[in-house]
Design a protein around this ligand. Structure first.
Ligand code: 5GP
Ligand code: ZN
Length: 112
């Protein structure tokens, strides 16, 4: 999508600190980290949020979770949290599907 921040980041049109990339997804450090480890992982194909996931396009979500598990293992993360905010009330500020991966500090539950 032409006017989407994360589409531009995954296409390299806006700089980011890359963590991982393949043909389907792109992972990069969050610009405002909320934990010692905080990166985002996104599908390269634009989807607005989890709400846009359907049986026809859901394969990329499984792929992303496999990549998260691989990256976490490579980083030696024993414990981490994966978060996806959907909609403004839940805190979504960028309307391109993304999963936050947070680690390296104690976390509370439930989230605020
Ligand atoms: P959301 O609020 O939608 O769940 O998460 C969006 C995340 O994107 C936020 O944690 C925010 O810090 C991050 N973010 C927003 N703009 C940029 C940017 O230009 N570059 C990077 N690397 N992260 C961004
Ligand atoms: Zn997009």
């Amino acid at each position: 999508m032409s006017d989407c921040l994360f589409c531009k980041i995954s296409a390299g049109e806006i700089p980011s600190k890359k963590v991982y990339e393949d043909e389907l997804c792109y992972a990069f450090h969050d610009i405002a980290p909320q934990a010692p480890v905080h990166f985002l992982i996104i599908p390269k194909a634009h989807l607005a949020s989890v709400s846009a996931v359907t049986p026809d396009n859901c394969a990329v979500v499984g792929h992303i979770f496999a990549v998260i598990a691989k990256l976490a293992a490579e980083m030696g993360l024993d414990s981490y949290r994966v978060v996806s905010n959907i909609g403004a009330q839940a805190g979504q500020s960028v309307p391109h599907l993304h999963f936050h991966v947070l680690s390296g500090r104690d976390m509370t539950w439930p989230p605020g």
